[in-house]
Structures are given as C-alpha cells and as structure tokens.
Design a protein around this ligand. Structure first.
Ligand code: ZN
Ligand code: ZN
Length: 157
C-alpha cells in the first residue's frame, strides 16, 4: 500500500507546507489537479477526474480536504454563475468569464477603471439604502458564449 505522505511534486508540497498543511497524498492530488488544468472544478467533476487519472480519492476524503485547503487559503471556494460550488487554485484577485452554453470558465482581469465602479440602485426608491456604505470589495462576472460553442451552434442551426 502506498504511504499517505507521498507527494512527489516539490512545488505542490511546498505550497501546502507554506500554508501550514501536512502534504498528504489526497491534498497533493487535489492541488495538483486544480493547478495543472486551470479549471474551476466542482467536487463531483474533481472526483471523476481523479479517478480517471488513476488516483481516486473517496468522496468523503475529497470534501474534507477541499474544506481544509480552502480554510488554509491554498484554494478558493466560490459559487459559479450556475449556482454550483466550485474551487479555484488561483487565489490572486481575478474575475471569471463564463460560457453560458458549456459552462467553461476562464480566469480574467477586468480592463477598465474597476476601482471607480460603484453600485447603483436598480429601483429609485432604493437609492437611500445605498448611501453611506463602505465598499470593501469589487467583483465583476462576465458571461457569454465561447468560440467552440459558437461554432457548434452555427453548424447545428
Ligand atoms: Zn462554451
Ligand atoms: Zn478562477
């Protein structure tokens, strides 16, 4: 049987240790998968991908470690535009460009003066509710249709 401490990627192991986490096999596999593919996996998709790679992790162990990794700040949990929990190995501030058709999600930065973006009331009667707020964070979410989906939709039209 393989030892639980096997983590043969130095970069991944160092990242875990730097965040105060023991580099267990499960944590290494999860972080390696998230970092290599730059995808924004749901836990279910991650479970399938790890199985496909020949390094399966039980669903309970996966959930436990996803919680540990996000608590420690190694990965970031977020809710996608589809309302599903996803995980991101990119912890630097960024936005997402989401394909409404296939669910593909790309990391992006917003071009333009995001620092000056302010929330505006949708209904005039709510205007006074927005007065006096201290804005502490700004997040932009882009949605659209990726080139592959556009081509597929054009062919099937
Ligand atoms: Zn697409
Ligand atoms: Zn991302």
């Amino acid at each position: 049987m393989k030892t639980d401490m096997s983590c043969n990627d130095d970069r991944i192991r160092e990242r875990l240790v730097a965040h105060g986490l023991r580099p267990t096999r499960a944590r290494c596999r999860i972080l390696a998968l998230l970092s290599a593919r730059r995808e924004h996996f749901t836990p279910e998709a991650m479970y399938d991908a790890l199985r496909a790679e020949g390094t399966p992790i039980s669903i309970a162990t996966l959930y436990q470690n996803l919680a540990k990794l996000s608590e420690a700040g190694v990965i970031r949990r977020f809710v996608g535009p589809d309302g599903v929990n996803r995980y991101d190995a990119v912890t630097e501030p960024h936005h997402h460009l989401f394909c409404e058709v296939c669910g593909r999600m790309v990391d992006v930065l917003a071009k333009g003066p995001l620092s000056s973006v302010v929330p505006e009331a949708v209904f005039p009667e709510d205007r006074s509710d927005l007065a006096g707020w201290k804005i502490k964070g700004r997040k932009v979410e882009f949605t659209g249709v990726c080139p592959a989906c556009q081509a597929r939709l054009a062919r099937s039209a």
